[in-house]
Ligand binder design. Structure first.
Ligand code: GLY
Ligand code: MN
Ligand code: MN
Length: 455
């Protein structure tokens, strides 16, 4: 939905998706009232803002992306199911920080049944809560709202004996929203495909401009520039460009080293497009040629990724994806002499591989890069995959620079990551516009004509 009165490259699901989502949410909170609060604005330093990004639950239900917003959902009131409290239009403030939709925009463009300036919240909230049996609010998400909700509950506790009105309980809307967000609608999947395609283009741009002497930061600029040029919000998390041993640091972001001949480069980067995140990792030799040790280890990780992806299918478990990838990595590590030779099951049981494989293989993906949703069924058993779920598959091996490791393998960090939709019949990988195959990677690295600036 183009919910903006200014031209925007931002795509989004149609207004009808938000309406039907809200109806599904309202149906599940019964006689409760739900309150969602916009994330606070953050300062980078002194009075400089960090670019604002609304919290995903609020975006999911309203598409309203402005700070200082409170959404109140009242299923008991057929005419006022969504009330938005927003920043009012303000000609002077808008010349400093940009256009606001205001109260009218909240109603007319975002389909709120009622909208008021935020400073009317204290006056109006008690009436909205009165008919409810529970307040659905994530305690701890806003100190200000925590105080408001607890003091209202205390007030109702005193008045209820005479009035018979007011909620008893506080419940977390995540209980309803997490499972909803876990299974994506067709319009969401379409945005995720688009986000995945764009992320792949960013990786391709970096791979093509890579050469010994390039700065990690230049590769970052190629990735992030690709996203911004396409009109995306930007990277869905700070882009990771780790060369040589920096590739073994999972959330490395300083990106300030000059890449040397013979180094591997690990780039972990995704785009945020139409609020939806992608998340890709590729690892490649900066000079376009893997050394034999790099190639051998790379092929193990790539095969592990294939095995993990092949395990994505409805009815299979989330844990099964990890197990499939781990099995291939353990066998590969043993074949390369990095683990003792022996029965693969025994080696998995022993856990020695965890020295090299330090993280899980997957996480949910969506409006957040580590998206909402549980990893277990309600009874605690391993979660079964269902069509519409979207997860990453990202096995990695990180070899310490240690005396007991054969010299050729020391300090290698390799991860391969793609984004996968669970379909009715199996899976759809949405991030393969950038190669994974080692030969194709070698053919791509340095193939571009982009000039790099050097240090
Ligand atoms: N880039 C964060 C992750 O892969 O989970
Ligand atoms: Mn990643
Ligand atoms: Mn990831």
């Amino acid at each position: 939905m183009q919910n903006s009165d200014t031209p925007s490259a931002k795509p989004g699901p149609a207004a009808t998706s938000f309406l039907s989502r809200r109806e599904r949410f309202l149906a599940q909170i019964g006689n409760g009232v739900a309150i969602l609060v916009a994330s606070p604005e953050l300062l980078k330093s002194r009075d400089t803002d960090v670019r604002y990004r609304a919290n995903s639950d609020l975006l999911y239900l309203t598409d309203f992306a402005e700070p200082e917003t409170v959404a109140v959902f009242t299923p008991h009131d057929p005419e006022h199911r969504l009330t938005l409290f927003v920043r009012p239009r303000d000609a002077e403030k808008e010349t400093w920080t940009g256009r606001r939709h205001g109260v009218e925009g909240a109603r007319d463009r975002f389909g709120a049944d009622a909208a008021y300036p935020l400073d009317e919240l204290d006056e109006r909230l008690p009436k909205l809560l009165e008919p409810a049996d529970a307040v659905w609010y994530s305690l701890g998400s806003s100190q200000e709202m925590d105080r408001r909700v607890t003091s209202l509950l205390a007030r109702f506790r005193l008045s209820r004996p005479r009035s018979g009105k007011g909620p008893w309980d506080v419940r977390d809307p995540a209980q309803v929203l997490d499972p909803m967000r876990l299974v994506k609608e067709p319009a969401e999947l379409e945005l995720m495909r688009e986000s995945g395609r764009l992320a792949a283009q960013g990786h391709l741009a970096a791979m093509r401009m890579a050469r010994p002497g390039v700065g990690e930061w230049e590769l970052e600029a190629a990735v992030d520039g690709t996203y911004r040029r396409a009109g995306a919000w930007g990277p869905s998390y700070p882009t990771i460009v780790g060369s040589a041993v920096n590739g073994t640091i999972l959330h490395y972001t300083s990106n300030d080293r000059v890449v040397e001949d013979g180094d591997l480069v690990l780039i972990d980067a995704g785009a945020e497009l139409g609020n939806y995140c992608s998340d890709i990792t590729r690892t490649f030799p900066v000079n376009g040629r893997f050394t034999p040790a790099q190639r051998a280890l790379y092929d193990v990780v790539a095969a592990a990724e294939e095995a993990g992806i092949a395990a994505v299918a409805p009815g299979n478990t989330f844990q099964g994806v990890h197990d499939a990838a781990v099995r291939v990595m353990v066998k590969g590590l043993a074949d390369l002499g990095l683990l003792p030779r022996g029965d693969v099951d025994a080696l998995i049981e022993d856990g020695g591989y965890k020295r090299f494989n330090t993280h899980q293989t997957s996480h949910w993906l969506g409006l957040d890069v580590h998206d909402a949703g549980g990893y277990r069924e309600p009874d605690g058993s391993p979660l079964r995959l269902r069509p519409g779920m979207v997860l990453t598959v990202e096995p990695g091996l990180y070899i310490p620079d240690a005396e007991d490791i054969p010299a050729d393998f020391r300090g290698l960090g390799i991860r391969v990551e793609d984004d996968v939709i669970v379909t009715e019949t199996g899976r759809e990988v949405i991030t393969r516009d950038v190669p994974v195959d080692a030969d194709e990677i070698e053919a791509t690295v340095g193939s571009g004509v982009m000039e790099t600036a050097g240090r």
